[in-house]
Design a binder for this molecule. Structure first.
Ligand code: ARG
Length: 400
């Protein structure tokens, strides 16, 4: 009788590698390892082989880089999505996509079980689990790394006791999760929120002190809320995001250091490198400033924040998140234009913006000649605007 198949979200790291023999021995599954490439992965073929070395029956690499940007990161960008006002959600955005790929592979292989290597303390277990169940409630999701209680050295011993020797020896004290939208660094000495992150924690951003003495400018072009060009040149999403990230990082922009409220109830100290995503969000906001009406813009910030929370909380595929994305899409029809960003010594600032749909009317805004604003209307407008509070004040003189 053929064994039951289990789709394992594989990263190539120690935990998911140890999961291969663990799931085989403990549950008797045949393991199909799936590595979803959402960017910044080195030697994917080597990682694919690693899963086979660990004992997987099959091992797949799915290149999801463009899909990640187009279907997950860019919709979040349209919402200027930041968790707790700072973190651009790169990890949170990748998990629903990883879940989607797991479900697709499960259907292809006729598997009814899916597994991940997330720990019990993180948000990622929630995001993968809930997303898989949203997409196919008949699939059971397992997270065995929550139960085995093995430390890193013990995991290495566990593997070598089975004759599985993997090239995972480097003494990296950090837990890293990176993709095209950003990089998270956790654990090690970073667990003390008072300790400044050491230089070696960073990989994609230079120390602002070491950044060039000359500022750099970049023009980012948007169409309907989506970035499409740099310095006037149309680029594919991957090249565009990578280029912005590299330029920002080279000028020391994009480092975040924060204490964040996790969904599972704990506060955690997080260090991030987010030069590309933060630059794009900053630029996108500038185009919105020019092209959205005040009412829409103010209302949208509430929707943006709620969607950011839903993304963080693993509810990307929920009906509410879908409905909010539909609202945001509608709001983005005219969010087209260009923004000039200037990078200098760790800072990024917008220094110019323009749009074919700009609502900025210099004839209305000017304090110089050619003014068309109706000055006499201002008086009557204020008269009526202040009327309700004036009436209230007449009635309640004693309150003032
Ligand atoms: N705290 C961030 C989040 O919850 C980053 C998580 C990084 N994931 C990881 N497995 N290291 O989205």
């Amino acid at each position: 009788m053929s064994k039951e198949k289990c789709i394992l979200a594989y990263s190539g790291g120690l935990d998911t590698s140890a999961l291969v023999p663990y799931m085989k021995e403990k549950y008797g599954y045949e393991i199909i390892a799936v590595l979803v490439d959402v960017g910044r992965m080195k030697d994917v073929e080597g990682l694919r082989q690693r899963a086979l070395t660990a004992g997987a029956a099959d091992s797949l690499i799915l290149d999801a880089k463009e899909e990640f940007l187009v279907d997950f990161a860019f919709p979040a960008l349209k919402a200027n999505a930041l968790y707790e006002g700072r973190y651009p959600l790169h990890s949170a955005l990748s998990r629903p996509l990883i879940a989607k790929k797991m479900v697709e592979v499960a259907h292809r292989y006729g598997a009814k079980v899916a597994a991940h290597g997330c720990t019990a303390k993180g948000n990622d277990q929630v995001r993968i689990d809930v997303s898989v169940r949203c997409l196919d409630p008949s699939i059971t999701v397992l997270g065995p790394a929550r139960e085995w209680n093995m430390t890193r050295p013990e995991l290495l011993d566990y593997l070598s006791a089975r004759g599985i020797d993997l090239p995972i020896t480097k003494k990296n004290p950090y837990s890293i999760d990176e993709n095209l939208w950003g990089r998270a660094i956790e654990c090690g000495e970073l667990e003390d929120p008072w300790t400044a992150a050491p230089a070696e924690a960073f990989q994609f951003t230079v120390d602002p002190k070491a950044a060039p003495d000359e500022a750099a400018e970049l023009v980012i072009g948007f169409e309907a809320g989506i970035p499409v060009s740099l310095d006037g040149e149309r680029l594919d999403p991957i090249t565009l995001v990578e280029s912005v990230d590299m330029l920002g990082g080279a000028h020391g922009f994009g480092r975040l250091d924060m204490v964040e409220n996790r969904l599972v109830g704990i506060k955690s100290r997080e260090v991030y490198e987010e030069a590309g995503s933060l630059s794009l969000i900053m630029a996108h906001r500038e185009v919105e400033d020019l092209t959205l009406t005040r009412e829409l813009q103010h209302f949208k910030t509430m929707i943006d924040q709620r969607l950011s929370e839903l993304i963080y909380d693993g509810l990307w595929f929920s009906p509410l998140a879908r409905a909010l994305r539909a609202f945001i899409d509608e709001s983005q029809k005219y969010v087209s234009g260009e923004v000039r960003l200037r990078y200098f010594k760790g800072a990024c600032s917008p220094v110019g913006r323009r749009s074919p749909h700009s609502l900025y009317d210099s004839k209305l805004a000017t304090y110089g000649s050619g003014d068309t604003f109706s000055h006499e209307s201002a008086k009557g407008f204020i008269q009526l605007w202040g009327l309700p509070v004036e009436v209230w004040a007449r009635h309640h003189k004693d309150q003032m």
